[in-house]
Structures are given as C-alpha cells and as structure tokens.
Design a protein around this ligand. Structure first.
Ligand SMILES: NC(=O)c1ccc[n+]([C@@H]2O[C@H](COP(=O)([O-])OP(=O)(O)OC[C@H]3O[C@@H](n4cnc5c(N)ncnc54)[C@H](O)[C@@H]3O)[C@@H](O)[C@H]2O)c1
Length: 352
C-alpha cells in the first residue's frame, strides 16, 4: 500500500497523542475522524486537516476508505467499536483498558482471530526507555529470578472528571483506569506469567471532593460537581502468578497522601530495580550493597512513548512484524482487573 489510511474514533483528550504519532509517520494519512460530539470533532479535524467527519463510528467504517482505526473513546465503547471495525476489515489500535469485562475482551480477541486483522492494545508504558532498559537487563540475566513486583500509582485529588467516575461507562475507578498500566507493565517485564489468584480491595471514602485548590491535570470543580461518581476512589490488588512471582498494587484517584506519587519496582534474586520515577538498580558487589544509576536517565516520556507505540502499530500493519501489545495480553489484564473487583466485592481471593 502507498500510504496507510487511518481513522481516529473519539476525538477527546488522548486523540491528540494518537494524531501526533500518526503525523510523525511519513507513510500514514489520517483520513477521517469520528466523535459523538460534533463540535469537538469539527475542532480536532479542522486543527489537524482531517478531511472526513463522522458522528457515528459505523458510518465511518462503511463510508471512509481506511485501513486502520485508533479507538480513543470511553471504556464502555471499546469492545463494540473494535468488533465492528475488525468485521469491517480494519486493523485496530485500541486505547486501554481493552474492555470493561473479560467477556467483551474475549469477543474482541475472537473476532480479531476470525478476521485476521490486527488488534493492538494501547499499553503505552511498554514503549518507555525505562521498560526497554529493564527488559534488556532482564534478558542478560541481571535480575536472576524476578519474584516480586510492586507499583503505586497514587493521586491525591486526581479524579479525571466526566465519565471516568461513572462505573457503567468506565468499568471502575483507579484500578481499571490507572492500575491497568501498572498491571500490564509489571507483568510484561516479568515475562507475562499467568495469574493463578487475585485479591483486591476497593475504598469509597473520599469520593470526588470539591476543593478550593486542585493541581494540574485534575478536573475542574464544576466538572466534578456535575457528574455521576460511583467508582472506587482507591484500590489495592495482589496477584499470584504461576511462576511463583507476586505483584502488589495500590492506586487512587483520591487519597490523603503527600503526592501524587508513582513508583514501580521489580525484585529479583540477583538484583532489584526501581523503574519509576527513573531507573535505578540495587544489587551486591564484592559482598557489599551497591546502587547503580544509569548515566543516561531512563524514564517514561509521554510524547515519545506514544510516538513509538503508534509507529509500532503502523509497522505491524505495513511490514507485518509481530505485535508487542497483542490482544491476548489485553484479555489477561482485563481478567486480572475483573477478578480484583470481584474479590473486593466478595471479600475473597479469586482463583483462576
Ligand atoms: N494511554 C494513556 O496513557 C491514556 C491517557 C489518557 C486516556 N487514555 C484512554 O483513552 C481513552 C479516551 O480517554 P480521554 O481522556 O481521551 O477521554 P475523553 O472523554 O477526553 O475523550 C473521549 C471521546 O470519545 C467520544 N466518544 C465516546 N463514545 C463514543 C462513541 N461511541 N463513538 C465516538 N466517539 C465517542 C467522546 O465524545 C469524547 O470526545 C480512554 O480509554 C482512556 O482510558 C489513555
């Protein structure tokens, strides 16, 4: 094909990162945009010279001559849009989380297999310099056996606003929205082990408090007042994997903590590492404890990661290279999150 023709479905916040990513690829043309909000759609399409506009994704799939679509909509719509797009013969890059139930995620995977079209998940953290360095070190045996990983993704007053607080549309709060990144990244770095059991808790203590001061990235108070908020404001998760490794996560939209804070750590029997906020290694040398700090910082960089993720999607479709973020991994992460919520609800560990 001359140029890969792409459509963007959902023209809200994150679509800018997808559009930027495609714009960096010389072999891509963004042909169409779609959003149920016509005003938002028009503004994004005009700003980016996207010629075709649709307010219904099904119309885009019929009328717009695209090879692939990015799905950048709210969580509840990912499955329906992905399935329709795959059936229409399009390759799909879907934002995280894959879906709000594992049944939907399974259907997405099945349709991708039936149609032979690529379904790639937007696990953007896999494309960080930090992830690349850790994987490189792991492959060279630096960590030995990685038997524990833990992640904290804690916002102090960081409810993103709008539909993110409406469980029917988001599937849940910080566990599905923020935790999804940590669950996937740690599992990926550990070599994608299979979960054997999951325990989770959810807290509904702070809700979406209206404060006089909010920090950058937080939703404005007016938006926070208006919306339904029936998701957890904080969650914990504990996963046992079949290789004996365990993973612990705590994540919040709202928590009385000095923060926000983000920390991801991996522990092996030869060395451990902190991945976030920047990579450091902890090991022993000559019978002494040593800390190793790479001279070139390895950190998650939002724009760079999106560009690498989109380029990878384009390369998968145009060159047929194997996909680093396959739908199988999205399904497994969806199962872990679902089990976390079920465990929180029942007060019991969920066995796979
Ligand atoms: N990878 C990341 O780091 C990252 C960061 C932010 C958001 N996201 C994900 O991106 C997705 C979108 O998040 P956002 O922050 O851009 O939200 P947003 O609310 O800003 O944008 C979503 C857009 O989708 C539109 N929409 C909803 N249902 C639709 C449908 N059926 N058809 C067409 N348009 C529809 C809405 O009108 C809205 O404009 C979510 O899945 C979110 O989790 C990922």
């Amino acid at each position: 094909m001359d140029k890969l023709r792409v459509g963007i479905i959902g023209t809200g916040g994150i679509s800018a990162s997808h559009i930027d990513g495609y714009q960096q690829c010389k072999n891509v043309e963004i042909v169409s945009g779609c959003d149920i909000d016509a005003e938002k759609l028009d503004a994004v399409c005009k700003k980016n010279n996207i010629p075709e506009q649709y307010t219904d994704h099904r119309e885009l799939l019929v009328k717009s001559d695209v090879d692939a679509v990015s799905i950048c909509t709210s969580h509840e719509s990912h499955a329906e849009i992905a399935i329709n797009a795959l059936k229409a013969g399009k390759h799909v890059l879907s934002e995280k989380p894959m879906a709000i139930t594992s049944m939907q995620a399974q259907q997405m995977l099945d349709v991708s297999k039936e149609t032979g079209k690529l379904l790639m998940l937007g696990f953007v953290r896999r494309f960080g310099d930090d992830a690349e360095l850790i994987l490189d070190c792991k492959e060279r045996g630096m960590f030995g056996d990685i038997y524990y990983a833990k992640a904290s993704y804690l916002r102090r007053y960081g409810f993103p606003g709008g539909w993110f607080g409406n469980k029917a549309r988001s599937g849940g709060g910080p566990l599905i929205d923020l935790g999804v990144h940590c669950i996937d990244l740690c599992r990926y770095l550990m070599g994608n082990p299979k979960p054997i059991s999951v325990s989770g808790t959810t807290s509904y203590k702070l809700g979406k408090p209206v404060l006089k001061d909010t920090y950058v990235g937080d939703a404005p108070n007016e938006k926070r007042k208006a919306d339904i908020f029936d998701v957890e404001d904080m969650a914990t998760l504990y996963v046992r994997y079949d290789n004996g490794a365990v993973f612990y996560l705590d994540t919040s939209f709202c928590l009385n903590i000095k923060g926000p804070t983000g920390r991801i750590e991996l522990f092996g029997d030869k060395a451990g590492a902190k991945i976030e906020p920047e990579v450091e290694f902890y090991t022993t040398m000559a019978d002494r404890m040593v800390d190793i700090i790479p001279v070139k910082k390895a950190q998650f960089d939002f724009r760079g990661c999106f560009r690498r993720e989109i380029k990878h999607f384009v390369d998968c479709v145009t060159l047929g290279i194997p996909c680093r973020n396959p739908a199988e991994d999205g399904l497994m992460v969806t199962k872990i999150i679902e089990a976390g919520y079920k465990s929180a609800e029942t007060g019991r560990e969920i066995i796979f």
